[in-house]
Design a protein around this ligand. Structure first.
Ligand code: DI6
Ligand code: FE
Length: 395
């Protein structure tokens, strides 16, 4: 075995060998097989090295800005009332349709680069602010181009069932027909999405409507995931489980029965504390019930212009610990191994196991808490993406 780069001197005495864009070996330094031929050696000086972080739930591609809406909420207006009055998601839909591809791409790249500066090397990006055929396809094409300009891999998710658009006087059922019969087949035909998501909520779609979207997705060979039980118990967790979802996300109001079904289906629970924080939602996901059921927990930013304008995954980890009661170790697993699993990338991302993509972060910290407790300045020392040092210097 030979490797191009050997990282030694990791906190805890570990070493990681990188060959090409893959991890060749990792483990205690004194167990490095003698036959390994080492190219360059990099002594990281006792620093913590983690897998590159995976942000497994974002809405990075959008037009416009909702800071005015946020000010309205500061003055007492409710999120659901703003949505019902035609603001909220629909205002971002109007701005996204009006934006050019270049405008959409430059905003998304700026946010992706900010996430990357906080240790993220893989990002899931959803559509859902187009809600017409052309703009949904444009959003996904733009998302796929983010890696041309930021050092991240992107996984795309089609979220046509985000809300019923204001135009064409469409009723929810007719809009769901349009998504199933016209948009989803076009998305699948062009290979633009890795998964399909929906917003199952009183202000969006019923479980029966999402059920139809998911059945269509499955028939087209696409895995599903769901915005489930965020604002109310809409039966989202059970619906996700019934379709073998990769993940059910939010879950503030999920029932114990729904959680038992998620556990049986092997779905990941993606916790999104940024949205709970920004909406000042006093409800937390039932973390103790999820833990007891053995549901893997992931943590993501939910970066979106309405409910979570958050571009730091370490800050999402911090909020998951302080607001949702996760331990630091759970938060770390939540942005690595479990986040990768929520994207169908187990073994490929979010792990230092041999064979995985060589995405690594060297932290100016000796222990995970040294990453998570900082607010606003993630202590990234260097980032290795697919075997190449993309930020920070090595001696
Ligand atoms: N993710 C979403 O898609 C919705 N809430 C959430 O947490 C709405 C996002 C928005 O208001 O634009
Ligand atoms: Fe979301």
């Amino acid at each position: 075995m030979s490797c191009d780069l050997l990282l030694t001197g990791l906190a805890g005495g570990g070493a990681v060998a990188v060959a090409g864009d893959r991890i060749a070996w990792s483990g205690p330094a004194d167990e490095l097989p003698h036959e390994v031929e080492v190219g360059e050696t990099w002594d990281v000086g006792g620093r913590l090295v983690t897998p590159g972080f995976v942000d497994c739930h974002t809405h990075l591609v959008f037009g416009g800005d909702r800071s005015g809406e946020w000010e309205q909420r500061l003055a007492g207006a409710g999120y659901e009332a703003i949505a019902a009055a035609g603001g909220g998601i629909r205002s971002t839909v109007a701005a996204t349709r009006a934006a050019s591809d270049d405008e959409l791409l430059s905003g998304a790249v700026r946010r992706a680069a900010t996430l990357a500066a906080g240790g993220v090397t893989t990002i899931e990006v959803k559509s859902g602010y187009g809600l017409d055929l052309d703009t949904e396809l444009r959003m996904l094409r733009v998302a796929r181009r983010i890696p041309e300009q930021a050092p991240v891999d992107v996984v795309t998710t089609f979220l046509g069932a985000h809300t019923v658009p204001a135009d064409a006087g469409r009723e929810a059922d007719a809009y769901v027909d349009f998504v199933c019969n016209e948009v989803l087949p076009a998305v699948a035909e062009e290979g633009l999405a890795d998964a399909v998501d929906g917003f199952c909520e009183s202000i969006a779609f019923t479980a029966e409507q999402i059920d139809r979207v998911f059945s269509t997705a499955t028939s087209l060979g696409l895995r599903v995931k769901l915005h489930a039980d965020q604002l109310s118990d809409s039966g989202g967790a059970a619906l996700a489980a019934r379709h073998g979802a990769l993940s059910a996300d939010h879950l503030e109001h999920a029932s114990p029965e729904g959680i038992a079904e998620l556990a049986a289906a092997g779905s990941v629970a993606v916790l999104l504390p940024g949205a709970a924080y920004v909406l000042d939602d006093p409800n937390s996901p039932p973390v103790a019930v999820l833990r007891a059921a053995g549901v893997p927990l992931a943590v993501a930013t939910d970066c979106n212009p309405g409910t979570s304008p958050l571009v730091s995954l370490p800050l999402a980890m911090h909020l998951a610990c302080t607001r949702f009661g996760l331990t630091v170790e759970e938060a770390l697993a939540g942005v690595t191994v479990n986040a990768a699993r929520a994207l169908g990338l187990a073994g490929e991302a979010g792990t230092l196991a041999s064979g995985a993509r060589a995405d690594l972060v060297v932290w100016d910290a000796e222990r995970p808490a040294g990453i998570v407790y900082w607010l606003g300045a993630p202590p990234v020392h260097a980032v290795v993406k697919a075997g190449r040092v993309v930020s920070g210097a090595r001696p």
